[in-house]
Design a protein around this ligand. Sequence first.
Ligand code: GDP
Length: 296
Amino acid sequence: MASALTDKLSRLVKDLRGQGRITESNVTDMLREVRMALLEADVALPVVRDFIARVKEKALGQEVLGSLQPGQVLVSIVNRELSATMGEGVSDINLAAQPPAVILMAGLQGAGKTTTTAKLAKHLIEKRKKKVLTVSGDVYRPAAIEQLKTVTAQAGAEWFPSTPDQNPVDIGRAALDYAKKHFFDVLLVDTAGRLAIDEALMLEIKNLHAALNPVETLFVVDAMQGQDAVNTAKAFKEALPLTGIILTKTDGDSRGGAALSVRQITGAPIKFAGTSEKLDGLEVFDAERHAGRILG
Ligand code: GDP
């Protein structure tokens, strides 16, 4: 099945027939269409520029210029480059640490951190046969602590209690201590999010990171944020050594651009995609399928 972009490029190429060879300026016209497709998918502008520059370099090799079907060849270069950019280095959760392996969940409020923490617990229990403990460091919202308790039970993991009068670092240390004593394989640490980036939040999560030395620091980001996800991603990347991304709410996002933006800005692999509100709505991120979604 041809994508909308393939159709557009084929039409462009048809218009060129009769002029003889495809030229560098024709490739530039085609790249303009690619650029439009990426912007329509809500990929952030600086990311689009960077991406187009890389594709152009590849396209100006003989591959496109010498081809009888330059439109199709260009689309396949774009597809390959999209998959490579979004998929490189993809792997399951890294648990290569002296147990308990600590996983720190970072992201804005509403991104889906708490839900994703429970989804990951379920994944690690069912697919990796691990004994999993969760804890919430969200001392600002007692409801968030209760929410984690509820979803942790649904996931079949154990929940470590915390209260709003505690300091997140003390909570993290106490949970780690408990996890060690009771032979847990994994400690999942849910953290406080804010509606927007602020310095206090970043300092707090940095301190938590320093105290717990997590093997995975996962940035949880809402796919529906589109190009706005770029600023959030930048702020979290500056504060923390991110080891992976979890892209949530992909079920409600028809455009798909956030994946490319966030991957390129953070350099961290997208490990999973959230596909529903339910706890089994977590899939290993499929870069190729996602590339198809971006190209429409
Ligand atoms: P937090 O503030 O980052 O902890 O976010 P929550 O885990 O409370 O999630 C916020 C809302 O997003 C809740 O209503 C979740 O059910 C919903 N949510 C989380 N992940 C997904 C997902 O992958 N798909 C859909 N459709 N909803 C999600």
